[in-house]
Design a protein around this ligand. Structure first.
Ligand code: TRP
Length: 349
């Protein structure tokens, strides 16, 4: 068995605002892992252009969104001294490796991807080729750094499985060449998803059966990381609930998706368990719990918006973080891509 040193990579798209679901579902893990691992966090701007221009908004919107998301990363607690923070399009090796992987991945594998089916909708003939190919680029994002761990939300599990399949097939198809070039038995690691933590699925505040999403037309359905304290409190108070009070223990949340979601959010934001939250609030009125949740959410989230605004007042700083991060990312990616070319038989001068 070849061994790979632990390395973490993850990314988010610069489209729309980041929201509570991104924060609790992935970002808290990212922040935690930068203390213990080598970490790379990417703004996946090449992925952002996979839908119609009218969806992603065009050049001005994209430029701003890349800086906004970078500022959000830092405001949430990612530290450019501990993590490599960069944007995908400044490291050309992502796209180059994606081409090689296009020739490794099979159509049948991509045909199974549920996110493509959801995003393409009924009219899949009009979807871009890039939207279909999205998971192959994601595999390249991960494997160009030989990342061993990828902290993501639960919806990305299938894409991680595809990444593992691509790594495995590459390792097998080119096994002889990989060994001959001195890389042992495997060139790419079989990456582990990291899907854990207090709230891997944060649901809409208007419908507890739907995921919290930046594309939901109702802004009341989500808490954006840019929301003011007043907006955060208002959205929690207006969150949908059912007619009952809070149950004394977790089993009582079954079949009550809105209650389960709000209790889960409280637990995640306070760093406690669902049982601990119910031990405190169970048996009581929803309104009292909502007030406490509103206070907690404002306490934890409002400072992020403030910090984002402070950072964005100096776009030179944010751009500098991306420049420095991209240089450090390239220093890892370039030798890996060179090895891939040699393994494949391309002539490398
Ligand atoms: N597909 C991911 C999402 O929508 C974003 C992403 C792109 C990503 N490349 C990645 C996540 C590589 C982790 C690793 O959330």
């Amino acid at each position: 068995m070849s061994t790979f040193s632990p390395r973490v990579l993850s990314g988010m798209q610069p489209t729309g605002n980041l929201h509570l679901g991104n924060y609790l579902g992935a970002m808290l893990n990212w922040i935690r892992m930068q203390e213990t691992h080598e970490t790379l966090y990417c703004v996946v701007d090449l992925h952002a252009i996979t839908q119609a221009v009218s969806v992603w908004g065009g050049p001005e919107v994209l430029r701003k969104a890349i800086l906004d998301v970078t500022a959000a990363y830092i405001a949430c607690g990612l530290d450019p001294r501990k993590s490599i923070i960069f944007n995908q399009s400044q490291v050309a090796e992502h796209a180059e490796l994606a081409w090689v992987f296009n020739c490794v991945a099979r159509l049948g594998w991509l045909d199974r991807m549920t996110q493509f089916k959801e995003k393409a909708g009924k009219d899949k003939e009009r979807a871009s080729v890039g939207l279909y190919d999205y998971p192959v680029l994601m595999a390249a994002d991960i494997l160009i750094y030989k990342a061993t761990h990828v902290p993501v939300g639960e919806d990305q599990k299938q894409h991680l499985e595809l990444t593992r399949d691509i790594a495995q097939k590459f390792n097998l198809d080119f096994a002889e060449s990989i060994a001959a070039q001195g890389h042992g038995e495997a060139f790419f690691p079989i990456t582990d998803p990291v899907i854990q933590g207090p709230a891997t699925r944060v649901m809409s505040l208007r419908d507890g059966t739907k995921k919290m999403s930046k594309s939901d037309p109702s802004d009341l359905s989500r808490i954006n990381l840019t929301d003011s304290a007043d907006d955060i409190a208002k959205k929690i108070r207006k969150a949908k609930t059912d007619a009952d009070g809070l149950p004394p223990e977790a089993a009582g949340l079954k079949g009550r998706p809105e209650a389960e979601n709000l209790v889960g959010i409280y637990a995640a934001l306070s760093g406690t368990s669902v049982d601990a939250v119910l031990a405190q609030f169970g048996g009581g009125q929803f309104s009292a719990f909502k007030n406490a949740l509103a206070d907690l959410a404002v306490l934890k989230l409002a400072p992020i918006a403030g910090e984002m605004n402070r950072l964005l007042a100096d776009p030179g700083y944010v751009q500098g973080v991306l420049k420095d991060g991209s240089e450090r990312a390239r220093a890892i990616a370039q030798p890996v891509m060179r090895d891939v070319r040699k393994i494949m038989g391309f002539v490398v001068s």
